[in-house]
Design a protein around this ligand. Structure first.
Ligand code: UDP
Length: 333
């Protein structure tokens, strides 16, 4: 299939783009490179630098190409940041997605795989989280994704769009080629590994008084390769199905302190911790029930334990201490 991957220079999008190419699809990446990296775009994909917030740019993209499906990753994705500057989340995640949907309508592209999040649930009523629980986001990031899910429902009903909304839990880990590299970094796993690399003095633990087994927040960390494989399956499934909404997680929760302890074992570094105040917008525990993804997509995650996930991330960070900038340095040196 000829597919458009928005945000395909980012952490998740670039890994999915690589798997789509392996599966024989033709991939065009559309990315404004504000958070993505040119070096992350897999060889074999065509990169178009452009911005989803610019409606005319998006409409021209769909006039110039005949895409058969879209995988939409381009978005801002930091809970903490969204509590400080919600406007960027609404402009990028909401307006960008609405422009994209208009472009798809104009270009008669009828299939989309959308990068959603467990943040749509807010503080869940029950655990593990099933897809039928109410969506009550506790931060603007989660709200921006919830509103796009709602827009997809209406596009499906009114325009016959087929969509898969994949609600990610915490993407982590790396392949030898592609890892997690944000500036500024806000996500737990790369921050912990930056401490192990001596780039930060300690990890700030955002809250040690949550109602969890050790007082720190519990999340469901899923390997980037498993997350990516669900997208290829979702794209295939849209040949038959019109509407897919499912969680992607390992169904195992790890606390922030457990992640740090695991990283100590993997890196051999003591990784000091500084207790800090809670980060606004953080639910105490988010753990997936992913049985629907297994049933609907035939998805079989392969990396279910935390340690191999952290180990793969460590391999990438160790070999790319400056993130993708390490590669640029290596080439020009
Ligand atoms: N966290 C932390 N210190 C950090 C970064 C994150 O204690 O420097 C915590 C954060 O409060 C959350 C968990 O780690 O409970 C995972 O945060 P992350 O930003 O990686 O992902 P999120 O769950 O927000 O999508």
């Amino acid at each position: 299939m000829n597919v458009l991957v928005t945000g395909g220079a980012g952490y998740i999008g670039s890994n999915v783009a690589a798997q789509l190419l392996e599966a024989g699809h033709s991939v065009t990446v559309f990315d404004n490179l504000c958070a993505g990296h040119r070096e992350a775009v897999p060889p074999g994909a065509k990169l178009i630098a452009g911005d989803l917030r610019e409606r005319d740019e998006v409409l021209s993209l769909f006039s110039a190409h005949r895409f058969e499906a879209v995988l939409h990753f381009a978005a801002w994705a930091s809970v903490g940041d969204s509590m400080l500057s919600p406007e960027g989340y609404f402009r990028n995640n909401l307006i960008g997605s609405l422009n994209l949907l208009e472009g798809m309508l104009q270009g008669q592209v009828k299939k989309i795989v959308f990068s959603s999040t467990c943040a749509v649930y807010g503080v869940p009523e029950r655990l593990p989280i099933v897809e039928t629980l109410p969506r009550q986001p506790s931060n603007p990031y989660g709200l921006s994704k919830k509103v796009v899910e709602e827009a997809l429902e209406w596009y499906a009903e009114i325009h016959g769009l087929r969509f898969a909304s994949l609600r990610y839990f915490n993407a982590a880990g790396a392949t030898p080629e592609r890892g997690e590299d944000h500036t500024p970094e806000t996500h737990l796993v790369p921050i912990v590994l930056q401490v192990a690399l001596g780039q930060r003095p300690h990890v700030e633990l955002y809250g040690d008084d949550y109602p969890t087994r050790d007082g720190s927040c519990v999340r469901d960390y899923i390997h980037i390769l498993d997350l990516a494989s669900a997208h290829t399956l979702a794209l295939q499934a849209l040949a038959e199905k019109t509407r897919i909404i499912c969680n992607l997680g390992t169904e195992t929760g790890s606390s922030v302190l457990e992640v740090i302890e695991c990283a100590r074992r993997v890196t051999g570094h003591p990784i000091p911790v500084k207790i800090s105040p809670r980060r606004p917008g953080d639910p105490p525990t988010l753990v997936a029930d992913s049985s629907l993804a297994r049933r609907e997509l035939g998805w079989r995650p392969e990396h279910t334990a935390l340690e191999p996930i952290i180990r793969s991330a460590w391999e990438w960070h160790r070999t790319h201490p400056q993130g993708y900038a390490s590669e640029v340095g290596a080439v020009s040196a």
